[in-house]
Every structure is written in C-alpha cells, then in structure tokens.
Design a protein around this ligand. Structure first.
Ligand SMILES: [Zn+2]
Length: 252
C-alpha cells in the first residue's frame, strides 16, 4: 500500500468521525441557543420585577402624601368654618387650594405609577409564558443531545480505535503534514484528482479546480508518494474512477 493510500484510509475514517460528531455538535449548539434564550428571559424578568417594585414604592409614597394632605385640608376646612373675618377665611381658602393642587399632583403620580405597574405585570405574564415554552424546548434539546451522544458513542469508540491502528501505519511526518493541512484547510485538506481530458493530459485538483502538472498524475500512479496540489497545497489522491480510467488507458 502506498503512503497516499495509507493516508487515505485515515482520512476516510476521519470523515466518518467528523460526520458523527457534527450531528452531536448541531444538537449541542441548539441546546446552547435555548440556554442563552432562557438566560435572556431571566434577565428581562428580573428587570421587570425591579421596575415593578420601584413603581409600587412610588405609588405608595404618593398615597401617603395624599393622606397627609387630606388631613391638613380637613383641618383647614374646620378652621374656615370657625373663621371670624372674611380676610382670614380667604387666606385659609388660598392655602386649601394650594394644598389641593399638590394633592392632585400626587394623585397623578400615583395613577401613572399604578398604570405602569399594570402594564409591566402583563409583560411579566407574557414573559413567563414564553419562559415555559422555552423550557419545554430546552427539555427536547437535552433529550436530543443525549440521544445523539448515545447513538454515536459505540460507533465513535470503534472508529477512534480503528483510526489509531491505521494511523500507526502512516509515517509520522506524513501524518503530521496531513494534520496540519486539516487544521488549515479542513474539508479541503485532501482531494481527488479530476481527469478532465485523459488524452490531452488535462487534470485538475478536486479542491481548488486548478490544473495540475502531468507529474502529479504520474507520481500517484507510480509510487503513490505524498503529492500536493501545486495551487492550494492539499493532498491529492486518485479515486477509483480516475484510477480505472488511467489504467485502462495505459493498457490500450
Ligand atoms: Zn488544489
């Protein structure tokens, strides 16, 4: 088996591993999204609670002021009834009117606060509905994540073991090159050669689509040594179609 073929075996197992892990990763991402949404709802709800507390205190203050003013006004009214002169009467009346104005300001403040509290409470109710809904979705997401983790556990362990064994057969430096390329190019680290026109020796890289020199093909057909694309640097190989096409051509 050539170095390229040895490496290709590792690559194929890695692809299966990635495929398995990506399904689990997607489930984990989905769960993470639900957690984030719930945290957001928690923050909103805390902020509503604190606004409701403040406004309730405001309306309580205003009610207290109103009560104190009512008592003062009541006292003044009694004095009005017993006032002896019209001048005194008018002076007390003016004072009563001033206090009434202040009372009305406090009343407005209390009413506004109570109205706002009602609004905020209905917002909080809506929020608690969406929290319940979101918690339900999170439950589903947890189940899905666990289920996927269970589904792949055995297969994953099996493939990891398999990879370890076949990777041992690849020269360490070649494996290192491959792993560096995977880190950099991900899915495009390894690509098949595409035969465009066999007779005219036109081949291109399956990753970057750039044309390849004839030597690339002859190396892979010959020794099968590690061969990179001259353009993108990926590791090239011949898939079954290309191989049989090239071999049948050489026989003829
Ligand atoms: Zn390329």
């Amino acid at each position: 088996m050539s170095v390229t073929e040895q490496l290709l075996r590792v690559y194929r197992v890695d692809q299966q591993l990635n495929g398995l892990r990506s399904r689990l990763k997607a489930a984990e991402r989905f769960l993470g999204e639900q957690e984030k949404q719930l945290a957001g709802i928690g923050q909103q709800s805390a902020s509503l609670d604190s606004q409701i507390r403040q406004l309730t205190a405001t309306s309580g203050d205003a009610e207290g002021e109103i009560k104190a003013l009512d008592e003062k006004i009541e006292g003044l009214r009694e004095r009005m009834n017993t006032s002896n002169t019209s001048k005194e009467y008018k002076a007390i009346l003016a004072e009563v009117n001033t206090l009434k104005e202040r009372r009305s300001e406090h009343e407005t403040r209390a009413l506004e606060a109570i109205e706002k509290v009602d609004q905020l409470k209905s917002q909080r109710d809506e929020l608690s509905n969406s929290k319940a809904e979101r918690e339900r979705v999170r439950g589903v997401a947890v189940e899905q994540r666990d289920q996927r983790a269970d589904e792949i556990r055995e297969k994953l362990a099996e493939l990891e073991k398999q990879r370890e064994e076949i990777a041992k057969e690849v020269p360490p430096r070649v494996l290192e090159t491959y792993e560096e390329l995977v880190a950099r190019l991900e899915d495009e680290a390894v690509a098949p050669i595409e035969v465009q026109d066999r007779k005219r020796h036109e081949y291109n890289c399956g990753a970057c689509m750039m044309s390849l020199p004839v030597e690339t093909m002859s190396t892979l057909l010959g020794s099968g040594a590690l061969t990179h694309c001259v353009s993108c640097g990926c590791i090239l190989y011949l898939d079954e179609t290309a191989k049989s096409l090239m071999l049948s051509a050489s026989k003829r």
